[in-house]
Design a protein around this ligand. Structure first.
Ligand code: MN
Ligand code: MN
Length: 318
């Protein structure tokens, strides 16, 4: 016997209550404990003990939620209302140890496990990029190795910093070593800026990524770049990880390690929309550091990325 379809509970309408009022959940959605099931959960991970430069991403989830108040429900580009097509809810923040990285990684993984094992897909709001590792550990338990589409100015496949293996510059090397990612299908998008040596790039390829450098966006039509990415991931389960520093500092100043020469928010949002043709299982948006933000520029970009990811999930089966 199939259970009756339950109409999703959407956000408070901006027609009923001004958007600057009401709940401080993402997009003024209901909390997870207010609905009978959660199809897609927004999960905050306020952790930034892994940063190598500017701190402050621990305040990212709250800042992105604040900027998400301005979102409206219907997505005309994808022709979908993600909040009416599935139950989206705010799962709050993971309580993680700000002093002990190893313990925090376990806390984040267990929180992700509790949602993913119940059939909920996640849009994780970081936090620094360290948090992608425990989320991928949890994802791999559900789906096996996944195609990782990693938007970032940086490779994040370095080995250690000051001898430490778990930092925001190392999550994808650890994920590859642990067998969490599909080495035939993963990709970096938006790579740029100086690196430590040419070996960084060759080592990265062995870990299973191909890089699409930011400079390619100046000469290659966006459709061609999108086709390359979709061809690489194919029909595999896809995890999208968005370091907001993939955007040019003009579009995202509020981040920990900014690099000039990045994508525009228009290019990033269009690339995210293309995953409506892929099998998106979960995603994260990380490295929003509000103390360096101005006029919510970075948080508006991040909340729009989250909205497009939700819209993509509404278009695609899990
Ligand atoms: Mn980065
Ligand atoms: Mn990163």
């Amino acid at each position: 016997m199939t259970s009756p379809r339950i109409e999703p509970v959407g956000p408070i309408s901006g027609q009923d209550l001004p958007r600057y009022a009401g709940y401080s959940t993402f997009a003024r959605l209901p909390r997870a404990d207010e609905v009978s099931h959660v199809g897609v959960g927004i999960l905050g991970v306020p952790f930034d003990a892994g940063v190598t430069y500017r701190p402050g991403a621990r305040f990212g989830p709250g800042h992105i939620r604040q900027a998400s108040r301005v979102l409206r429900p219907y997505n005309p580009e994808l022709g979908v209302d993600p909040f009416r097509s599935m139950q989206v809810a705010d799962c709050g923040d993971v309580g993680c140890n700000p002093f002990a990285i190893g313990e925090a990684l376990g806390q984040i993984e267990r929180a992700a496990d509790s949602h993913l094992s119940a059939g909920t897909r996640l849009v994780v709001l970081g936090g620094d990029h360290t948090v992608a590792l425990p989320v991928l550990r949890s994802i791999a338990k559900q789906y096996g190795p996944v195609a990782v589409v990693h938007f970032d100015a940086h490779l994040d496949t370095w080995d250690t910093y000051f001898g430490e293996a778990y930092t925001h510059g190392t999550p994808f090397r650890r994920a590859s070593e642990e067998g969490l990612i599909d080495r035939q299908a993963s990709v970096h998008i938006g790579t740029r800026g100086p690196i430590y040596s040419a070996v960084d790039l060759s080592a990265d390829r062995e870990l299973g990524f191909i890089p699409i450098h930011a400079r390619e966006f100046t000469r290659t039509p966006l459709d061609r770049i999108i086709d390359r990415v979709l061809e690489r991931v194919g029909s595999r389960p896809v995890y999208v990880s968005v370091d907001i520093d993939v955007l040019d500092p003009a579009h995202a100043p509020g981040t920990g390690t900014p690099e000039p020469g990045g994508l525009t928010s228009r290019e990033l949002l269009e690339m995210i929309r293309s995953f409506s043709q892929a099998r998106l299982v979960s995603a994260d948006i990380v490295e929003v550091s509000p103390a360096y933000d101005h006029a919510e520029i970075t948080a508006l970009a991040a909340s729009s990325v989250a909205y497009e990811l939700l819209s993509v999930m509404a278009c695609t089966p899990r």
